[in-house]
Design a protein around this ligand. Structure first.
Ligand SMILES: [Fe+2]
Length: 391
């Protein structure tokens, strides 16, 4: 049982804490920051308190709030070239995963030469990236506590993984007030992304006892709070979802994601499908494909989701697939064949992209190109024969 665990992010969970960002920036001796965000956050008025707090603490700031979903390499390169002649000493990211991942990419490019494609892989930046302080406004990404930035290669239409332990944010402020305006479909799909992180962290081949504890508790919190957070915007439920998302982020950041993310990132790179939706679509199918590799672990996911503990591990794992399918129906997640632009003639290429993901070797079950094609076809036909068809 050899493992490594790293969690350098200072985490503060407190309602209203984001309005005090200037205090924390001062605490890190920052003088001039770049705020990266998106138009939704800006339109919701969530940046106003950030600006005034920085002003109160006499911290100069630049702003960029035009990050798009599924962030693109071209945008990261453009932001860095626009701001890297300014004396910026840190980046404040306020938004969902796309914003935080963009901030991570820009943090590398602000101190290193070249374009973001040059840093695809692990720890390729020569100079330390700019420090990042972040304020997540969705409960799903976990990017506030991970060393990964996922950026779309717009030339080759796939998602690159840029990893570096120095891009793990220094500070994550969890402020439930910022999730109040999140539209229900976004709250649902990002919440299911967090569930996917927790399940993949628990069932992948490099799970460890610390990530297991985080992942199982995250699954339990998501089971208990996702519906209330989505349907009723209940404040306690939204806060619990922020915590669940963060715990799932620490779990997969120290274990890994697996086959669901391998497929969903291929899908996102090809069709621009929102990340949380793509994960939710494939989670039941990949879980079903994987469960025979370790029925016990897959059953334990089910027990955390409320499956009766008297069930055999095989029965519990099968019942978990049904729970995951029902969750997708409940939160109006489309079927695979309903996603925009999906074409069966792309399956071979999507499978080839999926198998090249750095997370593929850590999937519970070995996955070849033809295995991914099978999962894609089953998801497209919306056909699972539970109990008998786990191959
Ligand atoms: Fe994810």
């Amino acid at each position: 049982m050899n493992f490594e665990y790293l969690m350098p992010t200072r985490i503060i969970n407190k309602k209203g804490v984001s309005s005090n960002i200037g205090y924390y920036a001062k605490d890190y001796h920052l003088k001039h920051v770049l705020i990266i965000s998106d138009k939704g956050v800006e339109k919701a008025g969530l940046l106003t308190n950030i600006y005034s707090s920085l002003y109160d603490y006499q911290i100069e700031y630049e702003t960029f709030y035009d990050v798009k979903p599924n962030p693109r390499d071209t945008d990261c390169n453009r932001i860095a070239s626009e701001f890297n002649n300014k004396p910026i000493d840190a980046i404040i990211a306020i938004g969902g995963g796309s914003v935080i991942d963009t901030a991570k990419a820009v943090s590398i490019l602000c101190t290193n030469q070249g374009v973001i494609k040059d840093y695809e892989g692990m720890s390729l930046a020569e100079k330390p990236p700019l420090p990042i302080l972040c304020i997540p406004t969705t409960a799903g990404t976990g990017s506030e506590v991970t060393c990964w930035s996922v950026i779309t290669d717009t030339t080759n239409h796939y998602k690159m993984g840029i990893g570096d332990y120095r891009i793990i944010p220094k500070l994550a402020l969890l402020d439930v007030e910022l999730t109040q305006s999140l539209p229900a479909p976004v709250a649902a799909s990002t919440g299911l992304d967090a569930l996917t992180h927790a399940i993949e962290a628990y069932t992948c081949q490099i799970a460890n006892p610390i990530t297991d504890g985080l992942a199982l508790h995250a699954i339990k919190l998501i089971k208990e709070n996702l519906a209330e957070a989505v349907n009723n915007r209940n404040e306690e439920a939204r806060e619990n979802m922020l915590i669940a998302s963060l715990m799932a982020g620490i779990a997969f950041g120290n274990a890994d994601t697996a086959g669901v993310h391998c497929i969903s990132e291929a899908i996102g790179g090809k069709y621009d499908t929102p990340h949380g939706v793509a994960n939710a679509v494939f989670l039941p199918y990949m879980f079903h494909h994987n469960m025979e590799a370790n029925f016990k672990r897959h059953a334990e996911v089910g027990f955390a989701l409320g499956v009766d503990s008297d069930k055999s591990v095989e029965e519990a794992a099968n019942e978990t697939v049904e729970i995951l399918l029902r969750l997708n129906q409940k939160f109006h997640i489309p079927l695979f064949k309903e996603l925009e632009n999906v074409d069966q003639s792309d399956f071979q290429q999507l499978a080839e992209t999926a198998v090249q993901s750095s997370s593929n070797p850590n999937n519970a079950k070995e996955m070849t190109v033809s295995d991914y094609v099978k999962v894609l076809e089953k998801a497209y036909r919306n056909s699972l024969n539970l109990n008998t068809d786990s191959k």
